[in-house]
Design a protein around this ligand. Structure first.
Ligand SMILES: NC(=O)C1=CN([C@@H]2O[C@H](COP(=O)(O)OP(=O)(O)OC[C@H]3O[C@@H](n4cnc5c(N)ncnc54)[C@H](O)[C@@H]3O)[C@@H](O)[C@H]2O)C=CC1
Ligand SMILES: O=C(O)CS(=O)(=O)O
Length: 455
């Protein structure tokens, strides 16, 4: 059977040797989940809520153990990993609370003739077995954004994390069981990618809830046929700085939302559009602050920027910076590499058609783009195939409203960056950034269907 190793991106230590799930293991998981669908029907909403609340408490109890596991597996700094655990706690508590209030509605048939004196009672029902596929970068919070709402809705869940996250995923599932989640309702299964098309197409799988890149999403959509798809994909998220911006706050947002997690967030600030009137002030303040960021060992609390996930990712990011520089871009700071460590980089005058800014660059590099009129910004942002989130620093409500109305994105954050996220807010993009909405209440409905009783 095909095997794989999980390597610590910081020190190249082999954290574990694993075997991909073969057809027999996948079949056994699906058999268990078939029983799990029946068990879910026997659970009351308050019982699901109690299980999820206990899971939230276990995530809090094991916060440090789980954070250290994330740091070891993906190189996320311990500070960022702890933040992820706190977010996963919120996501799980929200799932517990929403499990109690999956409310339907009652409709009067006589809103329109003929008079029939009937009432329609509309309720939500689970889809059945849901395949939840997660990316490497937020192994526990993105998992809980899928597992929590899916379980709360009454589904059985086949959980397929990235191979890089094997140990943290196993530990999460152990805690789900410890919280009282019946094993038949949640099965962890990590087949190799070539086996995924068959699993996606399996008739028992009623929905695929996926977070990851566009390439994988296209393969899933091709294999899925008539199934519910919830796709949370990449982003090329802009931060816009207007002349009346609070420059210090804008610099802090740019740094926190691009250089934390080594920039490996789909909602990370990928491009900063700075109005000419404040460009020099913003750039100088950004570069001065960026140069002070601690880069290195992700297990140290003082480290702000840890390694990216692997050498291929570091190669791609460095290569895109080199490409931009070869085409006339100007380096303001950074562009230094040691192994998987990439120093936070600020780069200017990047051609608008450079790969660095056209594709989603998943690393600690921040291109600055000067502008005179908002028309330029709207045109450049909407020219991207992505449309996830955006942020703008301004005090002018007219600018906020114009950008909210004209930018093709799922969320505009004012006086904050595109990395703004509250676990209970609707989350998701438009165009190549995906379809559907996560955010606990919305994800529950995405993984359910409406059933109506006429009485
Ligand atoms: N919109 C969002 O909320 C987020 C989007 N992302 C995106 O994910 C990417 C980075 O994460 P990665 O883990 O490298 O993404 P990835 O797309 O390589 O992998 C994501 C998951 O899909 C699985 N997978 C890969 N190919 C597949 C296939 N053909 N069929 C079924 N499953 C497949 C992987 O094993 C993994 O579990 C970036 O593009 C980033 O923008 C990452 C985090 C959040
Ligand atoms: O912050 C998060 O929710 C993860 S991501 O930004 O969607 O990658």
């Amino acid at each position: 059977m095909a095997s794989y190793s999980v390597i610590n991106p910081w020190n190249d230590e082999c954290l574990g040797e694993y075997v991909y799930a073969d057809a027999g293991a996948v079949s056994a998981s699906l058999d268990a989940l078939r029983r799990g669908e029946l068990i879910q029907r026997s659970l009351a909403a308050h019982e699901r809520a109690d299980i999820l609340r206990r899971l939230a408490e276990l995530l809090k109890t094991h916060r440090e153990e789980l954070a250290m596991l994330i740091t070891a597996e993906i190189g996320k700094t311990i500070s960022d990993a702890r933040v992820e655990l706190d977010r996963a706690f919120n996501t799980t508590i929200a799932s517990a609370e929403e499990a109690r209030q999956i409310a339907g509605e009652a409709l009067d048939s006589d809103a329109y003739p003929p008079t029939r004196e009937r009432i329609g009672v509309v309720v939500w029902r689970p889809l059945g077995t849901v395949l939840c596929i997660t990316p490497f970068n937020f192994p526990l919070n993105i998992a809980m954004h899928k597992l929590g709402p899916a379980f709360a809705a009454g589904n059985a869940v086949l959980f397929k994390p990235g191979p890089q996250n094997t140990a943290s995923a196993r530990r999460l599932v152990e805690l789900c069981y410890e919280a009282g989640m019946p094993p038949e309702t949640l099965q962890l299964c990590i087949p190799d990618v070539p086996a995924m098309a068959e699993l996606v197409a399996h008739p028992q799988i009623k929905a695929i809830n996926f977070t990851g890149g566009t390439a994988a999403a296209n393969a899933i959509a091709k294999a899925a046929g008539f199934k519910k798809l919830l796709l949370e994909l990449g982003g090329n998220d802009p931060l816009i700085i207007m002349p009346d911006a609070d420059i210090d706050a804008a610099v802090a947002a740019a740094i926190n939302q691009r250089f934390a997690t080594a920039g490996q967030r789909c909602t990370a600030t990928k491009r900063v559009f700075v109005h000419r009137e404040v460009y020099a002030r913003f750039r100088d303040a950004l570069v001065e602050k960026t140069r002070t960021l601690a880069v290195g060992d992700p297990t140290l609390e003082t480290t702000f920027v840890g390694p990216v996930i692997h050498a291929a990712a570091a190669d791609e990011i460095s290569g895109r910076i080199e490409d931009a520089l070869s085409r006339g871009a100007v380096l303001a700071c950074g562009h230094k590499r040691e192994g998987n460590l990439l120093w936070p980089t600020v780069i200017e005058e990047v051609p608008d058609d450079a790969t660095l800014v056209v594709e989603e660059t998943f690393g600690p590099v921040l291109p600055l783009r000067q502008f005179d009129h908002l028309d330029e910004v709207v045109e450049l942002v909407n020219a991207s195939p992505f449309g996830l989130q955006a942020g703008v620093f301004t005090q002018d409500i007219r600018v906020m409203r114009r950008l909210f109305d004209e930018l093709e994105v799922g969320l505009l954050a004012t006086n904050d960056g595109p990395g703004f996220r509250a676990e209970h807010f609707p989350f998701g993009g438009v165009k190549d950034s995906g379809i559907g909405r996560e955010g606990v209440k919305y994800a529950i409905r995405e993984m359910s269907y409406q059933k109506t009783l006429v009485i």
